[in-house]
Ligand binder design. Structure first.
Ligand SMILES: [Zn+2]
Length: 289
């Protein structure tokens, strides 16, 4: 097998773990680039089936309406503002009314947030139900489809592209990150959060809360991820680490993918947290601060 990031065949086995349907997966670490990855990587069809099964079993009676109450909306907006301040990206959002794209936006709560700041805020999502809610109830601009297949000519340009807690789910993260670059305006920003393979992961091993096979396919360390981004041509503008690794969200609902990125900041801990978020500019950008 080869590393899904740097193509090296120098990989070290870390551990094995069974999925909920009792399939055995092995977790490897690439000796060359340090990326931790699952083997075998299920094909897209298998993943789609897995997610739709997961989606229906996790579904509760509460819909988006219940979840997205006024108080929840206010709290989310507060937390995102704090996050973006930590990432040295908040000034940008207040100063400019740019175009933004949230990849894997679900019902578009983050899109709604930027829209409330007078941005031309857009999202892209695969799952139909949240898209309907975002479009019809919140009046948001949400594209339906897979980002990798969308606007393949790279015509659409943005000033801010966000990817909250999704890169770890992707079969080809490098293609994803490269595509984000092609859609970024010269002075734009990219914000990415993901789980972090670091101290807590090494300590908890197979019990680590993010070691979900096969939902999570790639796990990055702090420097590991920064090196990958540098290789693509991104420069770090801000970073933050959060999450104690011991918190669980009770009654996890259909939006659990979002909630990870929302509730974890509330337990921001030390620089060793098992979630990390970064903001990046293009390497050749000169004009900013
Ligand atoms: Zn590698």
């Amino acid at each position: 097998m080869h590393c899904g990031i740097c193509n090296s065949n120098n990989l070290k086995k870390l551990l094995s773990k069974n999925s909920k349907d009792e399939k055995r997966y092995t977790i490897y670490k690439c000796i060359s680039c340090q990326t931790v990855q699952v083997y075998p990587i299920p094909d897209q069809k298998e993943l789609d089936q897995y997610y739709s099964a997961e989606y229906f079993s996790k579904r509760t009676d509460r819909g988006y309406d219940d979840y997205y109450s006024d108080s929840m909306r206010k709290e989310l907006f507060r937390v995102w503002e704090l996050n973006l301040k930590d990432l040295n990206t908040w000034d940008r959002i207040e100063e400019r009314n740019g175009r933004s794209l949230d990849i894997g936006c679900a019902a578009g709560f983050f899109v709604d947030f930027l829209k409330s700041k007078s941005w031309d805020a857009q999202g892209i999502e695969i799952a139909r139900e949240p898209i309907q809610y975002g479009r019809n109830t919140l009046g948001l601009k949400i594209h339906e489809g897979d980002f990798l297949m969308w606007d393949r000519g790279g015509q659409e340009k943005f000033d801010l592209i966000t990817l909250w807690a999704s890169i770890e789910h992707m079969r080809d993260p490098l293609a994803m990150l490269n595509k984000m670059k092609t859609h970024l305006n010269p002075n734009g920003r990219v914000v990415i959060s993901t789980c972090r393979y670091g101290l807590i992961a090494n300590f908890r091993k197979a019990q680590w809360r993010f070691l979900n096979v096969p939902e999570h396919l790639f796990y990055f360390g702090w420097n590991n991820f920064l090196n990958i981004m540098k290789g693509i041509g991104f420069k770090k503008v801000g970073s933050v680490s959060y999450g104690s690794g011991f918190t669980t969200l009770k009654d996890a609902s259909i939006i659990y993918r979002i909630s990870k990125s929302i509730f974890d900041p509330l337990v921001k801990w030390t620089n060793q947290g098992d979630m990390m978020a970064f903001s990046f500019s293009l390497e050749y950008e000169k004009e900013y601060p």
